[in-house]
Ligand binder design. Sequence first.
Ligand code: DC
Length: 223
Amino acid sequence: MGYNVAIDGPAGAGKSTIAKLVAKEKGYIYVDTGAMYRGMAIHFLKKGVDPDDREAVAEACTDADVSIGYENGVQQVYLNGENVTSMLRTEEVGNMASRTSAVPAVREKLLELQRSLAAEKDVIMDGRDIGTNILPNADVKIYLTASVETRAKRRYDELVEKGEKCSLEEIARDIRERDERDMTRETAPLKQAEDAVLVDSSNMSIQEVVDTICSYCRQGEAK
Ligand code: DC
């Protein structure tokens, strides 16, 4: 059985940045479950599935196979054998993933993949329902959050840095909508597990967050 660290929280809280750094420091494998939902979203976009048509989404799951691998320690996502990693991080894919991840058939499809990775290796796994649903017996559970304003500003700075045109208000609105969807859906909604440690990163530096989380975790063995 691997040593398991679960890190959940809303969009833009910095989960992946932090989890990658903790993984490096402690020798864990970083598992990004959002990327798996994004892989499924690409399948739905390719097939032109309406995300609000739950039956069509469930039906489209039958010919989707998402798997992951690692290249130089970096997680890769494969959809029906094709490496789709470079296509995952667009707003279109993120919105499709947020909508379709509410459908139970989509979650069931990814559950075993996530659990089997955690069973084999020392992992830090980030997502929305890792501590509450996927790994209820995780050794450490962290709920990482930050205010909407902080999360929107971080995303805004990231996009400006990439030279993309964007509006802070629109980003904040998008984050509020995504929070609402992720927290109020019936299946595996985003919420803090009872035994999770709450870390609010609004006024913390990246290193402070990493140090705080590392202080709860033991050294890993898997590389
Ligand atoms: O973390 P992310 O933005 O890459 O995730 C994309 C979407 O996938 C997010 O809006 C909610 C969903 N998701 C989920 O429902 N459960 C997870 N464990 C991870 C992501």
